[in-house]
Design a protein around this ligand. Structure first.
Ligand code: NAD
Length: 260
């Protein structure tokens, strides 16, 4: 499905991004992995995906808070593959705290990684996509791009921001064979969610078990976590030729959360 194409997925050493990288590689795309982690584990991941899918897998450790590092990553990817067909802006972090106690460094990092990084990758990928008359951009937003929760002001602001950014860019490139969409997952049990359970318990003064049952899955009518594989499959569909008419869409995959 993606043979001969190149996919760059930010934040793909873990969780949803890694699932998306595996899925696009299984479809035949060459891959640029990005994100933090243990170098030996990342090297193993890279070799394992390359071998099982028969594609070229590169790793770029660019820090998504640093515009210059993002510029270098995009230049290296274009230099190596000559094209970026599928761009998935997935890197994201979370911090849970009341707004009047929200640490400034956390606010700035969340806005930089979850929102501004996508501006940089998109502005740097578009010239090549325009030239080839084809591109697929998928921004991994969140149900928090559509509705809010308390104590997540920075995350909710960044995710609502990425929804607006998605629509605006989609309109700019709609006639050029390039689609731009945002996916809005509900809770997926990845390290990002696992890490916020103790903080949420502290902020609300409840146990960690209560956080899972009464906070995380309370809003998700299916009462099940969304899976990494489901988000990856939806992303792959948006990257496919069949999804050419889907653009500027902010699409829920959240077990019915925003139907409330
Ligand atoms: P995760 O913590 O498992 O993975 C995050 C990835 O981003 C990792 O590869 C990490 O190394 C990378 N990353 C973090 N900071 C970075 C930086 N400064 N530069 C480069 N890479 C960086 O998280 P996840 O749950 O897989 O989340 C992925 C995306 O999905 C995020 O944008 C998140 O907001 C979104 N999302 C997650 C959920 C969920 O429930 N897990 C729900 C909705 C949306």
């Amino acid at each position: 499905m993606f043979t001969g194409q190149t996919a760059l997925i930010t934040g793909s050493t873990s969780g949803i991004g890694l699932g998306i990288a595996r899925k696009l590689a299984a479809g035949g795309a060459n891959i640029v992995l990005n994100g933090f982690g243990d170098p030996a584990q990342i090297a193993t991941l890279r070799a394992q995906i390359a071998e099982s899918c028969g594609v070229d897998v590169r790793y770029d450790g660019a820090d998504m808070t640093q515009p210059h590092a993002i510029e270098q990553m995009m230049a290296r990817a274009l230099d190596r593959f000559g094209r970026i067909d599928l761009l998935v802006n997935n890197a994201g972090i979370q911090h849970v705290a009341p707004v009047d106690e929200f640490p400034l460094d956390k606010w700035n990092a969340i806005l930089a990684i979850n929102l501004s990084a996508a501006f940089h990758t998109v502005r740097l990928a578009l010239p090549a996509m325009k030239k080839q008359g084809f591109g697929r951009i998928v921004n991994i937003a969140s149900a928090h791009a559509l509705v809010a929760s308390p104590y997540k002001s920075a995350y909710v602001a960044a995710k609502h921001g990425i929804a607006g950014f998605t629509k605006s860019v989609a309109l700019e490139v709609a006639e050029l064979g390039i689609t731009v969409n945002a996916l809005c997952p509900g809770y997926v049990l990845t390290p990002l969610v696992e890490q916020q359970i103790p903080d949420t318990a502290k902020a609300r003064g409840i146990s960690e078990e209560q956080v899972v049952r009464d906070v995380l899955l309370a809003a998700q009518p299916t009462k099940k976590f969304v899976t990494v594989e489901q988000v990856a499959a939806f992303t792959a569909f948006l990257c496919s030729a069949d999804a050419a008419s889907i653009t500027g869409a902010v699409l829920p995959i959240e077990g019915g959360w925003t139907a409330h």
